[in-house]
Every structure is written in structure tokens, then in C-alpha cells.
Design a protein around this ligand. Structure first.
Ligand SMILES: NC(=O)c1ccc[n+]([C@@H]2O[C@H](COP(=O)([O-])OP(=O)(O)OC[C@H]3O[C@@H](n4cnc5c(N)ncnc54)[C@H](OP(=O)(O)O)[C@@H]3O)[C@@H](O)[C@H]2O)c1
Length: 241
């Protein structure tokens, strides 16, 4: 039987590679993006949905639309996130004085609140038979592993994301029995998000989106499903919260 896989943030570098790999594995992929569906190439068993604005009502409407088709999701990957936004002149902060309200709000809105709204709605259409929900987080969202400082907004919004996922995992387990939630650090991946920060990354530590997607799919099969929530990296190693 084909698995139903939902990928959110479909135009992103990592999301695109995940869509390809799930599609090649024979799964049925539902992909959500701010980009119009017509901008994506046609792939068998992949359906693109445009969602220009990811707020409570649009996400709820979309989830109800899936529910009306009796779709139960086996796997969800929420890839939504940003680190810099040239149009809005948002860049990771180097020092306290670089923080500002607009940038902090934007980091939390995209990196924490959008995934939280998806967590809220998706519990109603996840399969009760071993479903998995992954949020692409980042090691810099680990509070215990923060030796370098800086990147206030991105770090804090990913730490908030981790707490939201960890907290939701308790309720998902209660409501769905065999659900497993995962916060995943993909490593440094060659996408638009990391482009301005790649110069100090050793070539062998700058991963392709294809490698990243392969690693994630591999680790998801290996994880202990009795544990409701994991925070792991691209190598399958535990990241401390
Ligand atoms: N690349 C890395 O080195 C790296 C390292 C650690 C963690 N991560 C995490 O991995 C995830 C995927 O990153 P990526 O490298 O694939 O980056 P990417 O190519 O920039 O993709 C990120 C996706 O997030 C969605 N997004 C961004 N801003 C949004 C907004 N304001 N509202 C709604 N959606 C928005 C977009 O999806 P749509 O436009 O299609 O809706 C975008 O395609 C992110 O959460 C990132 O924090 C990446």
C-alpha cells in the first residue's frame, strides 16, 4: 500500500529533494507551497497545492479538504523556515544591538508559529497506524549546545519550535497511539537558506539536498518508535535539547 506523505514548504531545496525521493519510493506525495502549483513540473503521484498565506484558517481549510477525501497521512515533513530575507533586510544578528522587533517577529512567525499551526490541525488527519511527523529544526536551536551565541532570532525561533514539537508529541501519542515526532537538524545543506554562510564550511560538510533527503528517510526507519519525540542530526546522532 502507498504511504501518504505531506511535504510543507515544497519549493525549498530540501523539500524538493524529499518530494523526489518519496515519489521515487512509490509514495503518494501532497506538496504545499506559497508558489503556484503551475510552477512545479508534473510528477506522477505528486499533487501540489498553493497556499499563499499559512494562517490558522487556511491551514484548517486545507486539512478539512484532505479529510473530506478520507486521506490519512503516514508521514509529514514541515520544512518551513528562513534564516535571512534580503527583501525585508533580515539577517542573523551578530550582536545584541542587531536585534529588532520586525526581524524577531518574522523569525517566530515563520520558524515557530507556522509549524505550530500545522501541528494543531494535522493531528486530525494523521494515520493511527504508525504516523511520523518531522519538523526541520537546526542544531543552533539547541539551548544546551549554544557555545557561540549570536543568531538570536533564528536560534530562539528554532528552540521554540523544538518545544512546540516536544509538547505536541505528548498529545499526539495520546490521541494517535503510535505517532512519533522528530526535530531534525539536516546539517549545512547547499540551498538558498545557507548560501551566504557557506564560505567557512568544508566542502565535505556542505551537503547536497539529495544526500540530506536520503539521510532523513534512512534515519526515520531506524528511530525507536516507543520514544514519542526525537531531536537528531543528519548523522542520526542525538542533539541535546
Ligand atoms: N540549509 C541548511 O543548511 C539548513 C540547516 C539547518 C536547518 N535548516 C532548516 O531546514 C528547513 C528547510 O531549509 P532549506 O535549506 O530547504 O531552505 P529553503 O530552500 O530556503 O526552503 C525553505 C522553505 O520554507 C518556506 N518558507 C520560507 N519562508 C516562509 C514564509 N515566510 N512563509 C511560509 N513559508 C516560508 C518556503 O517554502 P514555500 O515558498 O515553498 O512555501 C521555502 O521554500 C528550514 O526550516 C531550515 O531552517 C536548513
Amino acid at each position: 500500500m502507498k504511504n501518504n506523505v505531506l511535504i510543507i514548504g515544497a519549493s525549498g531545496g530540501i523539500a524538493s529533494a524529499l518530494i523526489d525521493q518519496y515519489q521515487q519510493a512509490g509514495d503518494k506525495v501532497i506538496a504545499v507551497s506559497r508558489t503556484s502549483a503551475s510552477e512545479f513540473g508534473a510528477l506522477e503521484n505528486v499533487t501540489y497545492h498553493q497556499m499563499a498565506q499559512q494562517d490558522d484558517s487556511h491551514i484548517s481549510e486545507f486539512v478539512q479538504h484532505l479529510s473530506q477525501q478520507n486521506i490519512k497521512l503516514n508521514t509529514v515533513v514541515i520544512t518551513t523556515g528562513f534564516l535571512h530575507n534580503e527583501n525585508e533586510d533580515i539577517h542573523p544578528e551578530k550582536r545584541l544591538e542587531d536585534m529588532n522587533e520586525q526581524a524577531l517577529s518574522a523569525y517566530f512567525a515563520t520558524n515557530s508559529i507556522i509549524p505550530a499551526l500545522w501541528l494543531k490541525q494535522l493531528v486530525n488527519i494523521m494515520s493511527k497506524d504508525g504516523s511520523t511527523l518531522v519538523c526541520l529544526s537546526a542544531r543552533v536551536g539547541s539551548i544546551s549546545d549554544n557555545g557561540l551565541g549570536g543568531w538570536y532570532g533564528y536560534r530562539a525561533s528554532k528552540a521554540a519550535l523544538n518545544m512546540l514539537v516536544k509538547t505536541a508529541s505528548v498529545e499526539y501519542k495520546r490521541r494517535l497511539k503510535d505517532a512519533m515526532l522528530v526535530c531534525y537538524h539536516p546539517g549545512t545543506v547547499d540551498t538558498g537558506l545557507s548560501k551566504p554562510f557557506q564560505k567557512n564550511v568544508a566542502a565535505k560538510k556542505l551537503f547536497t539536498p539529495e544526500f540530506t533527503a536520503k539521510q532523513l528517510l534512512h534515519h526515520l526507519c531506524e528511530l525507536d518508535r516507543d520514544q514519542t519525540c526525537h531531536f537528531i542530526d543528519w548523522n542520526g546522532e542525538v542533539v541535546t535539547w
